[in-house]
Design a protein around this ligand. Structure first.
Ligand code: G3P
Ligand code: MG
Length: 244
Protein backbone atom coordinates (compact mmCIF):
# COMPACT_ATOMS: atom_id res chain seq x y z
CA UNK A 1 0.00 0.00 0.00
CA UNK A 2 1.27 3.46 -0.89
CA UNK A 3 2.47 5.25 2.26
CA UNK A 4 1.06 8.69 3.03
CA UNK A 5 4.06 10.74 4.21
CA UNK A 6 3.31 14.05 5.91
CA UNK A 7 5.55 16.62 4.22
CA UNK A 8 7.35 18.79 6.81
CA UNK A 9 4.66 17.47 9.17
CA UNK A 10 1.11 18.35 8.19
CA UNK A 11 2.40 21.44 6.36
CA UNK A 12 -0.92 22.38 4.78
CA UNK A 13 -2.69 22.78 8.12
CA UNK A 14 0.06 23.60 10.64
CA UNK A 15 3.35 25.53 10.60
CA UNK A 16 5.86 23.33 8.77
CA UNK A 17 8.65 21.46 10.55
CA UNK A 18 7.31 22.25 14.06
CA UNK A 19 6.19 19.91 16.81
CA UNK A 20 2.59 21.07 16.15
CA UNK A 21 2.85 19.90 12.53
CA UNK A 22 4.37 16.56 13.52
CA UNK A 23 1.72 15.99 16.22
CA UNK A 24 -0.99 16.65 13.65
CA UNK A 25 0.63 14.19 11.23
CA UNK A 26 0.49 11.55 13.95
CA UNK A 27 -3.07 12.49 14.97
CA UNK A 28 -4.42 11.90 11.45
CA UNK A 29 -2.63 8.54 11.23
CA UNK A 30 0.04 9.35 8.62
CA UNK A 31 2.15 6.34 7.61
CA UNK A 32 5.22 8.50 7.38
CA UNK A 33 6.67 11.89 8.30
CA UNK A 34 9.24 13.90 6.36
CA UNK A 35 11.40 16.63 7.88
CA UNK A 36 14.38 18.77 6.84
CA UNK A 37 17.59 18.83 8.90
CA UNK A 38 20.25 21.56 9.03
CA UNK A 39 22.95 22.58 11.53
CA UNK A 40 23.00 25.57 13.87
CA UNK A 41 26.16 27.68 14.25
CA UNK A 42 27.17 25.50 17.22
CA UNK A 43 26.63 22.28 15.29
CA UNK A 44 23.24 21.17 16.62
CA UNK A 45 20.81 19.24 14.37
CA UNK A 46 17.76 21.42 13.86
CA UNK A 47 14.57 21.10 11.82
CA UNK A 48 13.87 23.83 9.29
CA UNK A 49 13.42 23.88 5.50
CA UNK A 50 14.91 27.12 4.18
CA UNK A 51 18.58 27.99 4.62
CA UNK A 52 17.41 31.41 5.83
CA UNK A 53 15.08 32.21 8.73
CA UNK A 54 12.96 34.90 7.14
CA UNK A 55 10.05 32.97 5.59
CA UNK A 56 9.08 30.69 8.49
CA UNK A 57 10.28 32.54 11.61
CA UNK A 58 10.51 36.07 13.01
CA UNK A 59 14.31 35.88 12.62
CA UNK A 60 16.50 37.04 9.75
CA UNK A 61 19.46 35.77 7.80
CA UNK A 62 21.22 32.44 7.57
CA UNK A 63 20.10 29.53 9.76
CA UNK A 64 23.73 28.55 10.32
CA UNK A 65 24.66 32.01 11.62
CA UNK A 66 22.82 31.50 14.93
CA UNK A 67 23.49 29.16 17.85
CA UNK A 68 20.82 26.77 19.05
CA UNK A 69 20.14 29.04 22.05
CA UNK A 70 19.60 31.99 19.68
CA UNK A 71 17.41 29.95 17.31
CA UNK A 72 15.29 28.80 20.27
CA UNK A 73 14.26 32.43 20.93
CA UNK A 74 12.53 32.61 17.53
CA UNK A 75 8.87 31.96 16.73
CA UNK A 76 8.45 29.42 13.91
CA UNK A 77 4.67 29.14 14.30
CA UNK A 78 2.88 32.47 14.26
CA UNK A 79 3.68 33.31 10.61
CA UNK A 80 1.28 30.55 9.64
CA UNK A 81 -1.95 32.51 9.51
CA UNK A 82 -4.33 29.57 9.17
CA UNK A 83 -3.45 28.40 12.67
CA UNK A 84 -1.28 31.00 14.47
CA UNK A 85 0.59 29.47 17.40
CA UNK A 86 4.01 30.11 18.93
CA UNK A 87 6.33 27.25 18.05
CA UNK A 88 10.05 26.86 18.59
CA UNK A 89 12.37 25.59 15.87
CA UNK A 90 12.70 21.98 17.06
CA UNK A 91 15.90 20.03 17.33
CA UNK A 92 15.93 16.64 15.62
CA UNK A 93 16.28 15.04 19.04
CA UNK A 94 13.07 16.74 20.24
CA UNK A 95 11.19 15.39 17.23
CA UNK A 96 12.58 11.88 17.70
CA UNK A 97 11.54 11.94 21.37
CA UNK A 98 8.05 13.17 20.42
CA UNK A 99 7.61 10.34 17.91
CA UNK A 100 8.80 7.85 20.48
CA UNK A 101 6.50 9.21 23.21
CA UNK A 102 3.58 9.08 20.79
CA UNK A 103 4.49 5.50 19.83
CA UNK A 104 4.75 6.49 16.19
CA UNK A 105 5.41 3.28 14.28
CA UNK A 106 5.57 4.58 10.70
CA UNK A 107 8.48 5.78 8.55
CA UNK A 108 10.52 8.89 9.32
CA UNK A 109 12.14 10.37 6.21
CA UNK A 110 15.10 12.49 7.30
CA UNK A 111 15.94 14.89 4.48
CA UNK A 112 19.48 16.22 4.83
CA UNK A 113 19.27 19.84 3.62
CA UNK A 114 22.77 20.25 2.29
CA UNK A 115 22.26 21.19 -1.35
CA UNK A 116 22.69 24.94 -0.73
CA UNK A 117 24.87 24.93 2.41
CA UNK A 118 27.20 21.94 2.83
CA UNK A 119 27.07 21.66 6.63
CA UNK A 120 30.34 20.04 7.73
CA UNK A 121 29.84 16.80 9.63
CA UNK A 122 26.03 16.76 9.52
CA UNK A 123 25.89 13.17 8.21
CA UNK A 124 27.93 11.63 11.04
CA UNK A 125 25.99 13.61 13.66
CA UNK A 126 22.75 12.30 12.21
CA UNK A 127 23.83 8.69 12.15
CA UNK A 128 25.22 8.95 15.68
CA UNK A 129 21.96 10.36 17.05
CA UNK A 130 19.75 7.86 15.22
CA UNK A 131 21.90 4.96 16.38
CA UNK A 132 21.94 6.18 20.00
CA UNK A 133 18.79 4.34 21.06
CA UNK A 134 16.00 2.11 19.76
CA UNK A 135 13.04 3.92 18.24
CA UNK A 136 9.40 2.94 17.80
CA UNK A 137 9.57 3.78 14.06
CA UNK A 138 11.63 3.00 10.95
CA UNK A 139 13.67 5.77 9.42
CA UNK A 140 15.48 6.56 6.21
CA UNK A 141 17.82 9.24 4.84
CA UNK A 142 17.30 11.35 1.75
CA UNK A 143 18.88 14.40 0.14
CA UNK A 144 19.10 16.47 -3.02
CA UNK A 145 22.86 16.53 -2.39
CA UNK A 146 24.34 13.23 -3.55
CA UNK A 147 27.57 13.68 -1.56
CA UNK A 148 25.54 13.62 1.67
CA UNK A 149 23.99 10.31 0.63
CA UNK A 150 27.44 8.88 -0.11
CA UNK A 151 28.70 10.03 3.29
CA UNK A 152 25.74 8.45 5.08
CA UNK A 153 26.27 5.22 3.16
CA UNK A 154 29.97 5.18 4.18
CA UNK A 155 29.04 5.10 7.86
CA UNK A 156 25.58 3.48 7.92
CA UNK A 157 24.78 0.56 5.64
CA UNK A 158 21.58 -0.64 7.30
CA UNK A 159 19.11 2.15 6.52
CA UNK A 160 17.24 3.03 3.35
CA UNK A 161 18.73 5.91 1.37
CA UNK A 162 16.81 7.85 -1.30
CA UNK A 163 17.82 10.43 -3.86
CA UNK A 164 15.67 13.59 -4.00
CA UNK A 165 15.42 15.43 -7.31
CA UNK A 166 13.08 17.46 -9.46
CA UNK A 167 12.92 16.25 -13.05
CA UNK A 168 16.50 15.66 -14.06
CA UNK A 169 17.31 12.66 -16.25
CA UNK A 170 20.88 12.80 -14.90
CA UNK A 171 19.71 12.40 -11.28
CA UNK A 172 17.37 9.60 -12.29
CA UNK A 173 20.16 7.69 -14.06
CA UNK A 174 22.59 8.20 -11.17
CA UNK A 175 20.00 6.84 -8.73
CA UNK A 176 19.40 3.85 -10.99
CA UNK A 177 23.10 3.13 -11.36
CA UNK A 178 23.97 3.47 -7.67
CA UNK A 179 23.35 0.25 -5.79
CA UNK A 180 22.98 1.80 -2.33
CA UNK A 181 20.18 4.12 -3.50
CA UNK A 182 17.02 2.25 -2.56
CA UNK A 183 14.51 4.81 -3.75
CA UNK A 184 13.87 8.07 -5.56
CA UNK A 185 11.92 11.09 -4.32
CA UNK A 186 11.19 13.08 -7.49
CA UNK A 187 8.92 16.05 -8.01
CA UNK A 188 5.39 14.82 -8.83
CA UNK A 189 5.82 16.14 -12.40
CA UNK A 190 8.43 13.40 -12.97
CA UNK A 191 5.77 10.80 -12.15
CA UNK A 192 3.33 12.39 -14.61
CA UNK A 193 6.00 12.33 -17.33
CA UNK A 194 7.01 8.69 -16.64
CA UNK A 195 3.62 7.00 -16.32
CA UNK A 196 4.65 4.20 -18.66
CA UNK A 197 7.81 3.41 -16.67
CA UNK A 198 6.22 3.31 -13.22
CA UNK A 199 5.15 -0.34 -13.11
CA UNK A 200 8.63 -1.66 -13.97
CA UNK A 201 10.73 0.95 -12.17
CA UNK A 202 13.26 -1.01 -10.08
CA UNK A 203 13.42 1.33 -7.07
CA UNK A 204 10.88 2.74 -4.60
CA UNK A 205 9.21 5.94 -5.84
CA UNK A 206 7.92 8.53 -3.32
CA UNK A 207 7.15 11.81 -5.11
CA UNK A 208 6.58 15.27 -3.62
CA UNK A 209 4.47 17.31 -3.17
CA UNK A 210 1.21 15.50 -3.94
CA UNK A 211 -1.59 17.80 -2.81
CA UNK A 212 -4.34 17.40 -5.44
CA UNK A 213 -6.80 14.54 -5.03
CA UNK A 214 -6.46 13.32 -8.63
CA UNK A 215 -2.66 13.15 -8.36
CA UNK A 216 -2.95 11.31 -5.04
CA UNK A 217 -5.36 8.84 -6.67
CA UNK A 218 -2.97 8.31 -9.58
CA UNK A 219 -0.05 7.53 -7.24
CA UNK A 220 -2.25 5.11 -5.28
CA UNK A 221 -3.49 3.45 -8.48
CA UNK A 222 0.12 2.82 -9.57
CA UNK A 223 1.00 1.48 -6.11
CA UNK A 224 3.95 3.83 -5.68
CA UNK A 225 5.91 3.24 -2.47
CA UNK A 226 4.76 6.55 -0.99
CA UNK A 227 3.68 10.13 -1.53
CA UNK A 228 4.83 13.25 0.29
CA UNK A 229 1.82 15.48 0.90
CA UNK A 230 1.04 18.67 2.81
CA UNK A 231 -2.45 17.24 3.48
CA UNK A 232 -2.02 13.77 4.98
CA UNK A 233 -5.58 13.60 6.35
CA UNK A 234 -7.03 14.22 2.87
CA UNK A 235 -4.64 11.70 1.31
CA UNK A 236 -5.66 9.04 3.82
CA UNK A 237 -9.31 9.69 2.91
CA UNK A 238 -8.61 9.45 -0.83
CA UNK A 239 -6.72 6.19 -0.32
CA UNK A 240 -9.50 4.78 1.84
CA UNK A 241 -12.17 5.69 -0.70
CA UNK A 242 -10.23 3.80 -3.39
CA UNK A 243 -10.12 0.66 -1.25
CA UNK A 244 -13.91 0.40 -0.98
O1 G3P B 1 11.89 15.20 0.75
C1 G3P B 1 10.90 15.51 -0.19
C2 G3P B 1 10.69 16.98 -0.32
O2 G3P B 1 10.60 17.53 0.97
C3 G3P B 1 11.78 17.66 -1.08
O3 G3P B 1 11.56 19.02 -1.28
O4 G3P B 1 12.03 21.38 -0.85
O5 G3P B 1 10.12 20.29 0.28
O6 G3P B 1 12.43 19.75 0.98
P1 G3P B 1 11.53 20.15 -0.16
MG1 MG C 1 12.06 18.19 2.43
Amino acid sequence: MTKVIAHRGSKGTHPENTLAAFKEAIRVGSDGIELDVQLSKDGQLIIIHDETLDRTTNGHGAVGALTLAELKQLDAGSWFTKNPIFQEIPTLEEVLMLLKEENFSGLLNIEIKTDQVHYEGIESKLVQLLQSQPWTFDYMYSSFYFKSLEKVWEIEKNQKIASVFRLSEKDEQRALQTAFIAGIHPKIDWVLEHIEDLADFPKAIRPWTVNEEEKMALCFAYHLAGIHTDFPELAMQVRESMQK
